[in-house]
Write a protein that binds this ligand. Structure first.
Ligand code: NAI
Length: 455
């Protein structure tokens, strides 16, 4: 039986980064991965969808460049080539992860792992017919799409009419029509891509707004933009049945249905701890998610959980930071996880990015806040580059402490800009100090500076 200092279950962003950091810190590490190193993010999530969306953006501007003085005759997009390029990008990144783990002499076991027992100092894990002994454990098992008990969904998944984020990224032929169930991050990004490349897209969403917890005004602007481009939305519409490509939903006006070639199921994700053997150790879970504290410790000494597995913030960048905090704790270095300045981005066109409180969450948390909203057109570069753009930038300011607690934007480059706002929030910088920061000109990020002077 081979012995390791740390056993990591899952080779996604939380798992592979933890492996690197722990090995750097001198630990002998084994990573168990049942599917593909890189996890959902690299193989069937963040990265592949960005390759898709970039192709869609290029095609959109090629096909609709007249307002910028560009006429391109006969612009076409070949979805099969987009998929091929996506696969190449994924391959490069996954092999990069493999190389890094090799460099750090991390052992990778390509098999499903099951914890069979033990306690801190000597846990046992079975994988691929072998038994491994580890001093510490990190659960980084990720999440899987929620498959609701809606009649017809299981059958649709089996028949290939209903798709999740995994299958939709491997369709080599774009469907003529698509119904997207759930107007969350995955639903909106995929709706945006397929609409841009010519698929007729209808989105059915249970809530009264798209984009989940996003600021309400920004959700509205995003929806308006996507509707202008041809996407149809049914809000306040709960899907009750799927039959082939026919999706039936309940609205306040009664039952309605929409028919399409394919159906994307994007109603959220759930933690994937099934068969992991957490019960063998008595690790506490809540609705399937592993319960962790601010050091990512579980209730069992010697066991940590990072990434989607703890269900706190199902984002790859949260997973990265959580894995660092967990490893620092294992190595006896003081570190704590903070969740109040985690950026979120929706890579639609236009992009949506936000960090910290919205007015709604700030008020619910009892903060004394005010909101400042400016048009993205305050930025010269935005105005020069985005014809007819209606983006906005919102600051949520804590009146008592005179500092930012939230920034929310919709418009070009906002995904790249938002970390600056996150930095102001994370460091607790006062508004007067933020105003002294010099922003490059002309850039879209200058809009934050403009907004700061409106506080
Ligand atoms: P989500 O939680 O973002 O959105 C699901 C939506 O489905 C919600 O708006 C919900 O109201 C709706 N819904 C639920 N049941 C429904 C029903 N029966 N009928 C109609 N609508 C229904 O989930 P999504 O989009 O699947 O994303 C999963 C996870 O992946 C999220 O945690 C997200 O943060 C992450 N992700 C992040 C990305 C990014 O950072 N850009 C990209 C893609 C995914």
């Amino acid at each position: 039986m081979e012995r390791f200092d740390l056993g990591i279950i899952g080779g996604g962003p939380a798992g592979y980064l933890a492996a690197e950091r722990a090995a750097e810190g001198g630990l002998k590490v084994v990573v168990f991965e049942k599917r593909a190193l890189g996890g959902v993010c690299l193989n069937e999530g963040c990265i592949p969808s960005k390759a898709f969306l970039n192709s869609a953006k290029i095609f959109h501007y090629a096909a609709h460049g007249e307002k910028y003085g560009v006429t391109t005759k006969g612009a076409e997009i070949d979805h099969a080539v987009v998929v091929k390029r996506k696969n190449k990008v994924v391959k490069i990144l996954v092999s990069g992860v493999k190389q890094k783990l090799k460099k750090y002499e991390v052992t990778v076991v390509d098999a499903q792992a099951k914890i069979t027992g033990g306690k801190a100092g000597s846990f046992t894990v079975e994988a691929g017919g072998e038994t491994y002994e580890t001093d510490k454990l990190l659960v980084a098992c990720g999440s899987v799409p929620v498959v609701p008990p809606i009649p017809g969904v299981e059958e649709g998944l089996e028949a290939g009419t209903v798709l999740t984020n995994r299958e939709i990224l491997d369709l080599t032929q774009a469907p003529a029509s698509l119904v997207v169930i759930g107007a969350g991050v995955i639903g909106l990004e995929m709706a945006c891509y397929f609409n841009d490349i010519g698929t007729e897209v209808t989105v059915v969403e249970m809530l009264g707004k798209c984009a989940g917890p996003t600021d309400e005004e920004i959700s509205g602007i995003l929806q308006k933009n996507l509707e202008k481009r041809g996407i149809r939305f049914h809000l306040n519409s709960k899907v009750t049945a799927v039959e082939g490509g026919k999706v039936t939903f309940e609205t306040s006006e009664g039952t309605q249905s929409v028919q399409a070639d394919k159906v994307l199921l994007s109603i959220g994700r759930r933690v994937d701890t099934e068969g992991l053997g957490l019960d063998a150790l008595g690790v506490a879970t809540e609705r399937g998610a592993v319960v962790t504290d601010e050091r990512l410790r579980t209730n069992v000494h010697g066991v940590w959980a990072a990434g989607d597995s703890n269900g706190k913030s199902m984002l790859a960048h949260t997973a990265y930071r959580e894995s660092e905090v967990a490893v620092n704790d294992m190595l006896g270095r003081e570190d704590r996880m903070r969740y109040d300045a985690i950026p979120s981005v929706i890579y639609t066109n236009p992009e949506v990015a936000g960090v910290g409180h919205t007015m709604a969450t700030a008020k619910a948390a009892g903060l004394d806040v005010e909101e400042v909203t400016v048009s993205m057109r305050y930025s010269g570069r935005y105005l020069a580059e985005v014809e007819g753009g209606d983006g906005i930038c919102k600051l949520v300011v804590d009146r008592q402490k005179n500092r930012l607690v939230g920034v929310h934007m919709i418009g070009s480059y906002t995904s790249e800009i938002i970390y600056g706002a996150g930095m102001m929030i994370e460091t607790g910088m006062e508004i007067e100090d933020s105003k002294k920061i010099v922003f490059p000109h002309p850039t879209v990020c200058e809009v934050i500076r403009e907004a700061l002077f409106e506080v």
